[in-house]
Design a binder for this molecule. Structure first.
Ligand code: TXA
Ligand code: MG
Length: 341
């Protein structure tokens, strides 16, 4: 049985952290909130502890984990040859939703953290609970998103509980996460830094600080081995997701066509689509409020699993700013499905 402890409760706050630190120190896993999504943590220097993450999530072994730190001083114990541009990024965006892929110092972390790669992804999360936990523990914590592998990442403690109940000892409940999409992953082992996964820190924001960055073609199979996580099914509700042009008449027409086939449809969309006649509607907030859409997206995808919808329809977003990250997740969730009427 998995325990959920609130860190917002004044009376149990300190006990929650003590318990989490005790569990992690003794090689167990603990789920905790970050500003992006909930993570499932284990001490990054223990192969046995890290293996429990893969087991609880059902995660493929060749998909490396992100290492979380509470202070920049920890970096030098497991990285080497940190480029200047990477240091500039740390100063500009840490703590925050930016993961830096850097060369790893040999034998400094458990092998299964990096899936045997010569690089490691590192970030300092910008969340009071994550930072308090890391600073009390004083050790690097490997933590992927705390969902069952293949499902949308958890943005609330209840999502972690739904996916991992009985498989992990403790969830620290710090309420809903802010950003709602995983961190930007930026690779510094290429000549020009390369975005392997778009997130809350956008290409535009990075380029203001360090000049040109490349975007890896995230759907191109040839590029896939660079961020091993990209080749797996992701963010998938039970029913298939179909992307569709962001036009009210097009969406209405699609819904009618699906109903003609005697199927039910769930619509995940911003509020200009509220009046279309889908069987289920999950809001992504007001039109053009991309931060709200990012914050609401994973819960909306999860909510579809509580319905009997046969098809999930999602009008697309422009690939600008956070829209790039939203579309990256939606394209993976849809796995190439495009609704044509
Ligand atoms: O916001 C986040 O990053 C969350 C929170 C918990 O911090 N974590 C997260 O972890 O999303 P995860 O495991 O779900 O995603 C890690 C991504 C994967 O796509 C993985 O392939 C990539 O980072 N990655 C990790 N280490 C890497 C490395 N050395 N080289 C290339 N890609 C790496
Ligand atoms: Mg994940």
């Amino acid at each position: 049985k998995t325990e959920i402890m609130s860190v917002d409760n004044f009376l149990t706050r300190d006990l929650s952290y003590t318990q989490a630190v005790d569990l992690l120190s003794t090689g167990e896993t603990v789920a905790f909130p970050t500003e992006t999504v909930y993570g499932l943590g284990a001490i990054a220097t223990s192969e046995n502890a890290v293996s429990k993450i893969f087991k609880a999530k059902g995660r493929p072994q060749d998909n490396p984990l992100i290492v979380h730190i509470g202070s920049k001083e920890e970096l030098s114990t497991f990285t080497k040859n940190v480029p200047n541009l990477a240091k500039i990024c740390m100063n500009a965006f840490w703590p925050g939703p930016l993961t830096l892929v850097l060369p790893i110092k040999a034998d400094s972390l458990a092998k299964n953290v990096t899936a045997g790669l010569s690089t490691v992804g590192i970030r300092m999360p910008d969340h009071p609970v994550a930072l308090e936990l890391l600073r009390r523990l004083k050790q690097p914590v490997a933590a992927p998103s705390a969902n069952k592998s293949g499902k949308p990442s958890p943005t609330k403690a209840a999502h972690v509980y739904h996916d991992l109940n009985g498989k992990i000892p403790l969830i620290l409940d710090g309420g809903a996460t802010g950003i709602g999409l995983e961190s930007t992953v930026l690779d510094f082992t290429t000549e020009v830094p390369t975005i392997l996964r778009p997130g809350g820190v956008t290409k535009e924001m990075l380029e203001k600080v360090i000049g040109p960055v490349n975007e890896s073609k995230l759907t191109d199979e040839a590029e896939a081995p660079r961020a091993p996580g990209m080749k797996y099914a992701h963010y998938s509700p039970d029913a298939p997701v179909y992307l569709i042009e962001a036009s009210v008449p097009k969406v209405q027409q699609a819904i009618e066509q699906i109903h003609t086939d005697e199927k039910k449809v769930a619509l995940i969309a911003t509020e200009q689509f509220t009046l279309t006649k889908a069987d289920y509607y999950f809001s992504l907030g007001q039109e053009h409020q991309l931060e709200d859409a990012a914050h609401l997206l994973y819960e909306a995808l999860r909510n579809c699993d509580e319905t009997d919808a046969h098809i999930i329809l999602v009008p697309i977003f422009a690939k600008q700013g956070v829209g790039t990250a939203i579309m990256n997740r939606l394209e993976k969730a849809a796995n190439g499905n495009w609704f044509e009427s």
